[in-house]
Design a protein around this ligand. Structure first.
Ligand code: CP
Ligand code: NVA
Length: 310
């Protein structure tokens, strides 16, 4: 199996195009074998993964735990506050020690620079399970799901809403595959500058494009995929009122979807704030692939784990 050109997975930008294609191919095989009845593919037999959560999680936690089981290994989950980290132990010390016990560590944190610091001092692969800046495992699953539903592409992926962690990683993943990424966003809520610059560089290198538009109806008119995420991410609760106001015109509802091509699918990383960024009618419509997308987290993460820890 080809190895990835990175030891850690902190950002989609740790991967080049060949790396992303390798993850997608291994994930495709993992899923096909699982569906054919091969419930355990023991490429990580005897290996251990630590999961550290500073924020809640349903999909990421369960899919990583089950993924390790299905690879013949075992996962141990800790909330940050039950580790000495929560009482002020230095990140450097925690990282060095966890690296002595475990074969890999997945971290969900609100502070991307803390994740980078942890990875610097940890001798085993560190995986970003969501930070304030990125959600790379989600984005890899998302492009996997798009290929599964619509074929190889290139595709036009339209993200309607906040330039948050999910949007940033998805922009990078689409650009790395040479796809077209359109971000419909109100002024002031775009992706962080350095992420967008990297997405532009990748789009140039790999033959895709990334663009920002203000009008969601204009944005979706050539969409193959209409993607949205919450308007108030974990950690943004203080800005709730102003965000709900700013994003109101950016709701993915039946009216907006009537402006998209008939074949366009609807995606959301979940959890959904139903009735805000996505209406029930659209979330529960035939266009929506949200549950398949969530299911694919399992198989894509098995690929990531096999490639990084194997
Ligand atoms: N999409 C996602 O990461 O979901 P959780 O917050 O439930 O892990
Ligand atoms: N943008 C959301 C994603 C949750 C999976 C958040 O950070 O809360």
């Amino acid at each position: 199996m080809r190895r990835l050109g990175t030891r850690h997975l902190l950002s989609v930008s740790d991967l080049d195009r060949e790396d992303v294609e390798t993850v997608l191919e291994v994930a495709r095989q993992m899923k096909a074998r699982f569906l054919a009845g091969e419930r355990v593919i023991p490429v990580l037999e005897g290996k251990t993964l630590g999961l550290v959560f500073e924020k809640p999680s349903t999909r990421t936690r369960i899919s990583f735990e089950v993924a390790m089981h299905q690879l013949g290994g075992v996962a141990f989950t800790y909330s940050r506050d039950e580790l000495q980290l929560g009482r002020g132990e230095a990140i450097k010390d925690t990282a060095a020690v966890m690296g002595r016990y475990l074969d890999g560590v997945m971290i969900r944190t609100g502070d991307h620079s803390a994740l980078e610091e942890f990875a610097r001092y940890c001798d085993v692969p560190v995986i970003n399970g969501l930070s304030d800046l990125e959600h790379p495992c989600q984005a890899l699953t998302d492009v996997f799901t798009v290929v599964e539903k619509l074929g190889e592409g290139p595709h036009t992926v339209v993200f309607v809403g906040d330039g948050n962690n999910v949007c940033s990683s998805l922009a990078l993943a689409c650009a790395t595959l040479g796809w077209r990424f359109v971000h419909a966003v109100p002024e002031g809520y775009e992706c962080p500058e350095e992420v967008w610059r990297e997405a532009e560089r990748r789009a140039d290198r790999y033959g895709g494009s990334v663009e920002v538009v203000r009008d969601p109806e204009e944005a979706v008119k050539d969409a193959d995929v209409v993607y949205t995420d919450v308007w108030v991410s974990m950690g943004d609760e203080d800005e709730k009122e102003e965000r709900l106001k700013a994003f109101k015109p950016y709701q993915v509802n039946e009216e907006l979807m009537s402006k998209a091509p008939d074949h366009a699918i609807v995606m959301h990383c979940m959890p959904i704030q139903r009735g805000y960024e996505l209406t029930d009618e659209v979330a529960d419509s035939e266009r929506s692939v949200i549950y398949d997308q969530a299911e694919n987290r399992l198989h894509v993460q098995k690929a990531i784990l096999a490639l990084l820890l194997g």
